[in-house]
Design a protein around this ligand. Sequence first.
Ligand code: FAD
Length: 383
Amino acid sequence: METHLDLLDLEADWTDEHKDIILSVRRYVDTEVMPLMRNHQRAGTFPQEILPGLAKLGLLDAIATSSLDPTAYGLAMRELERAGSTIRSFASVQGSLVMGAIELLGSDAQKEEWLPPLGSLEAIGCFGLTEPDFGSNPSGMRTRAEKTSKGFRINGQKCWITNGTTAKVAVIWAKLEGKVNGFLVPTSVAGFEAREIKDKWSFRTSDTAELFLQDVEIPDSAKLPKATSLGSALKCLNQARYGIAWGVVGAAMACFEETRRYLIERPQFKDQPLASHQLIQNKLAWMATEITGMQLVSKRLGELKTRGRLQPQQVSLGKMNNCRKALEVARTCRDLLGAAGIHHEYHVGRHLTDLETVLTYEGTEHIHSLILGEHLTGIPAYC
Ligand SMILES: Cc1cc2nc3c(=O)[nH]c(=O)nc-3n(C[C@H](O)[C@H](O)[C@H](O)COP(=O)(O)OP(=O)(O)OC[C@H]3O[C@@H](n4cnc5c(N)ncnc54)[C@H](O)[C@@H]3O)c2cc1C
């Protein structure tokens, strides 16, 4: 394991389970994921070939049932995001948002039907909360469910939905008698359509879709019995946001390591390596310090979660701080790579553009600062 980024000797605190998870996910990322990323980035496609290996890691069941300790889960997200934010996002949506929602809010029959195929990746899931006119404020959603004699009829539209075109089941949030409820909608049902969102310059290696639901009829058994308010959706999001705080550390580490290698190898001015220049070392020192800070924040969130004391505003702090810092690190690395930094040969540019999405989704920087602002002042300032 590389140690130059472990400035505060955090690796020494990891348990054997943590070390095993770091090694197994890293091995998977290095051998099965990284070799595919350049071509998929160019093509704008999600690397479906990585799914058997991901299923074999057995992470998704463990995430959904919370059988991994929170730090092990975080480290797994960190290692996956070394490959790219889109890869970690796939696992977050499948494990935390879809399987997590079924585990937390579903009936025994729903768990029996959906968790095994979702865990083995025979079925992919998506989580439909955002709408074209309601992103940061999902409580305004227009998607409606109405009771029928056989179950429910759903009408509405969802936007920016990860895994949307490949999903076999969609967790759809819709208002029933004015209150947000959650439904498990098989995507093969009549009236359901997913359209790929094309022309993205960020998250090119992710399946992002718009979902259209027109008179979609589902049985009573498709309603998530415990998903009866927006708070239920936010519970699932909180787990995923915790994973993001850890994940982006991996993206920042990957950028740093690729750049550090380049700077040591590339001579410039009197045949000296770029890494020998003071201004360059200043930037490396700044990035290593920020990454160490991000790691400390994630580690502390993990400790609080393990003790059952993690609060939403603490998750907001981690998501907001770590995304911002990861983006700054990626941008600095892009600069230090010079012209090479704009080329697909290096992964920094892909990390940089993908981190723009991570800054926005699952609560934008403003929204997380408003959550913290409310905690600090007691005054909600959303409207
Ligand atoms: C690639 C990608 C994948 C995604 N995957 C999913 C998914 O799987 N499921 C899902 O449901 N959603 C998903 N999203 C949607 C994402 O969660 C939303 O884009 C996000 O919540 C922001 O909503 P918005 O885009 O409508 O921006 P808006 O809410 O319109 O915000 C635009 C700007 O205004 C700011 N703003 C908004 N309200 C306030 C306020 N009160 N005060 C100050 N500033 C404010 C925001 O911070 C932002 O800077 C995804 C998005 C992307 C880009």
